[in-house]
Every structure is written in C-alpha cells, then in structure tokens.
Design a protein around this ligand. Sequence first.
Ligand code: DC
Length: 221
Amino acid sequence: MENKTLTIAIDGPASSGKSTVAKRIASELSLIYVDTGAMYRAITLEALQNNINIKDQQALLKLLEATEITFEPNEKGQTVFSNGVDVTYEIRENNVTNTVSVVAAHPKVRQLMVERQQAMAMNNGVVMDGRDIGTVVLPNADLKIFLVASVKERAERRHKENEEKGMFSDLEQLKKDIAERDYKDTTRESSPLKQAEDAIRIDTTKMSIDEVVNQIKSLIK
Ligand code: DC
C-alpha cells in the first residue's frame, strides 16, 4: 500500500489512548507520527525553566519563536527535542502536566503551533494526535478518529502505567486531575477539544489497544 500522503487525525481527551494507538498505526503503515501534545508540553517546560510567566501570551510567543521542537523515531516511539535537547521524559513530569493547559489556551501560541503542525504534514503521510487535529490542523485529513473512554478507565490506565514505571500514583487524585483537564480542554475559548463532524468516534473503555488499532486499520482500508 502506498501511504506517503495519507493523513490521519486522532483526537480525544487526556489518557484516551491516542498516543499509543497513533504510534502503532504510524509504525505499521510507515507514516510519520506527530504528537502535538508533546509540542505544547515542550514549550511549557521551556517557560518553566526560563521563569516565563505562563499567563503572558506575548512572552510565550517570543519563546516559541525561538524554540525548535523536533521528533526522532526510536524503538519505544519517539524522542522529543527542544532546541536539540532531549526533553522526552521531562515533558511528562507533573509540573508540566499541571500547567500545560494554561499555555495551550493562548490563541497566538496555538496559531504558531498549528502552522508548524500543518508544515509537518505538507508533503508527508502522517498520523497526528491532539485535541484540534480533525477540526483545525488537518480539516481535510483522509481519516478522522475521536477516541473516548470513561474518566474511571483512563485514571486506572494511567495508574497502572505509573506503577509499572515505579512512580508514586494516587488513583483518586488521577481521576480528579483527568476530569479537570477534560473540563479545561473542552471549555477553553480557543480551539476547544471537540469532535469533528466527520470524525469516527471510538469508545475504548472496554477495548484493548489491539482492538482499537485493528478497527482503525480496517477503516483505513
Ligand atoms: O495529549 P497531552 O496530554 O500530551 O496534551 C498536553 C496538553 O496540551 C493538554 O492540556 C491539551 C493540550 N493540547 C492541545 O490543546 N492541543 C493539541 N493539539 C494537543 C494538546
């Protein structure tokens, strides 16, 4: 199958399984995987490290203009670089997770991110995951998927992942954090998380990763 220009948009709330599924689809179909959440996380990390007020849109925009965010595939998925520095792990830490939605709410920050994301998909086949891919970034994507799962299920998945990594994890706190991020992502003014009209909704609550991947692959065919 020639997939070079196939564009697949995968949106959905936090911890709905988007990145795991998107990585698998990209690798099986030899497409580039673009984790747009990692881009918002990378600029958040830069802001925190440089003591930039995350409520100051102009300062963040200036910082973003000076920050090149790139990806490189590796055996586990991909490495994320911010101006050439590997930030793959740091961008998943709590200080970033708890502040990124403030950064992602700024319209000018989003506009520049969207331009960069569109450029990545210009001449490449991509699987891109995020919140606004089907609605804003790639409105003409060949396939749009909207993944959902209950808050309880998503918190339990995150809890298991944390425990497997040997990280401290509090299930009740995770439920609260996920519900709060859902609220912030869906109610913000600029490009809120919303299912595109032509997106296919898949509820992954009772599904395994393999089942979700297979369903999407059969939709691609
Ligand atoms: O998917 P994630 O948890 O890594 O996303 C991090 C944050 O970035 C989350 O608060 C939502 C936001 N985000 C966004 O607003 N638009 C995107 N395309 C991707 C992520």
